[in-house]
Design a protein around this ligand. Structure first.
Ligand SMILES: Nc1ncnc2c1ncn2[C@@H]1O[C@H](COP(=O)(O)OP(=O)(O)OP(=O)(O)O)[C@@H](O)[C@H]1O
Ligand SMILES: [Mg+2]
Length: 450
């Protein structure tokens, strides 16, 4: 099979020159355009990696304004395209201007075919290398945030945020449903921070009775209350030099909210029964599955405290919203627990993977982790079935995974969007979509669009 010829767009208003260039560059699929508008339409349609372009285009072939305008538009429409500008003999200034505007290279007219061929070939090569580079960079984009397994773009963005915020002392608020990995992220933040040599101290504000929470956080002096037999440091002080993780911050009782706010403002604590103000250097990270905004509206959470805690907010999406992550995590948990149980290599069978993919995971990663752990312990063989996981076998939600189906859906949506914009102008719609009018009619017919 011979490789398809690469599209090369030639923007040139002189018909004789058009012919000459098509003939000279017949190793490419040459596409010609006479003016700015048709050039844009051809770019939409063929997405050429390389464009050669006469700067003097109609309606003003004697000045470069139309050409430079096209250059600008090409840059927005297809930033990766390499544009080679053809200029007159004495037009160095405009050539330089075009280069400064992002043109890849220039040649003077009349051009030497051999020289222009080299220039075009080199432009294709540069384009290829850049695309390859971008692909590799995307593939490398696995989080350096250790232990966090994900490929979902929203989660990868969160990992980037964590990496950026870690070196600062900003207070971070982590939101997310139960089991989404809030504590895992808080620990990653600590590990990546300059405080990683200090302690990571976690306290769950919902799990400790209100009466004890204050002494847990702030500590007490000997004799402060009955039973205070010796001086005891609170979690805030213990975390000094490190990170204090306040889990379920939404459950912090109102009286303690005021005390915490004061600490955040003054950065000093007083132990219960103590008189001394003790400065503490600690980074605060909080988490909650509740909506703090709602708690504020109900008068259950102090707004001023919220703004102190929410210098940076990280909102973790639930597992069901991270496409592909459930299966990815499941494979990794199988490996982890099989090793822990000293079982030989275990694998998930396709029906198990489909079932995992289809399940909504209301308990998020924690639920998935528990289910896999149980399955690894219970499975009779080295293969884990949907039954071992305790889920219905996948109902063959293959429809959603069928590439043709996905493409068609995207195609239909794009046609719908464009039709909505053009106010009935089908030529314009075809142009925006980069297809011919007959193709557009075809698409509209296929998707039953009027
Ligand atoms: N992206 C992930 N990659 C690997 N393991 C994960 C990931 N997210 C969560 N986990 C694991 O799932 C479990 C639950 O995570 P974590 O305790 O951080 O969640 P949480 O949001 O704090 O939950 P809760 O609201 O129940 O306290 C942990 O064992 C954690 O290691
Ligand atoms: Mg937690």
């Amino acid at each position: 099979m011979t490789e398809a010829r690469k599209p090369l767009l030639i923007v040139e208003d002189d018909p004789a020159l058009q012919k000459q260039m098509q003939w000279a560059f017949d190793q490419y699929e040459t596409i010609v355009a006479n003016d700015r508008t048709s050039a844009i339409a051809q770019v939409r349609r063929f997405e050429p990696a390389v464009v050669t372009m006469d700067l003097g285009l109609p309606p003003s072939p004697d000045d470069p304004s139309e050409g430079l305008k096209l250059l600008e538009e090409l840059h927005t429409l297809m930033p990766s395209a390499k544009v080679i500008v053809l200029t007159g003999q004495n037009d160095r200034d405009n050539a330089l201007k075009a280069i400064s505007m992002g043109a890849h290279d220039f040649c003077t007219k009349p051009f030497e075919p051999e020289l222009l061929t080299w220039t075009i070939e080199r432009a294709f090569r540069v384009h290829e290398l850049q695309e390859e580079n971008a692909r590799l960079a995307a593939a490398r984009e696995s989080p350096s945030t250790s232990g966090i397994i994900t490929r979902a773009p929203a989660m990868l963005r969160i990992c980037r945020t964590i990496e950026k915020v870690a070196p600062t002392s900003a207070t971070v608020l982590i939101l997310g449903e139960s089991g989404t990995g809030k504590e895992l992220l808080a620990r990653a933040l600590h590990d990546l921070s300059p405080r990683s040599g200090g302690r990571f101290v976690a306290i769950n504000c919902a799990a400790i009775p209100e009466t004890l929470l204050e002494s847990e956080l702030f500590g007490y002096e000997k004799g402060a209350f009955t039973g205070a037999v010796k001086q005891t440091l609170g979690k805030i002080e213990t975390a000094s030099g490190g990170t204090l993780f306040l889990d379920e911050i939404g459950d912090l009782p109102t009286a303690l909210q005021a005390k915490l706010l004061r600490f955040l403002q003054e950065r000093v604590i007083e132990r219960i029964g103590g008189r001394q103000e003790i400065p503490v250097d600690v980074r605060i990270v909080c988490a909650t599955h509740q909506s703090l905004k709602e708690q504020i509206e109900r008068g259950r959470f102090r707004e001023d405290l919220y703004y102190r805690l929410a210098e940076i907010v990280v909102d973790i999406p639930p597992l069901r919203a991270r496409q592909g992550d459930a299966a990815l995590l499941a494979h990794s948990f199988v490996r982890k627990f099989a090793a822990e149980q000293r079982r030989s290599t275990m694998t998930l069978l396709p029906d198990a993977i489909e079932a995992i993919d289809a399940h909504a995971w209301p308990g998020n990663v924690r639920e998935l982790e528990n289910v896999i752990k149980r399955a690894v312990i219970m499975a009779d063989s080295e293969s884990i079935t949907a039954g071992d996981i305790g889920l219905e076998p996948g109902d063959g939600d293959a429809d959603a995974l069928n590439l043709r189906h996905v493409r068609e859906q995207a195609e239909k949506n794009a046609v719908l969007r464009v039709l909505g914009r053009v106010n009935g102008n089908l030529s314009r719609a075809a142009e925006l979509l980069g297809v011919s009018r007959p193709t557009l009619y075809d698409l509209m017919h296929r998707y039953g669009l009027k």
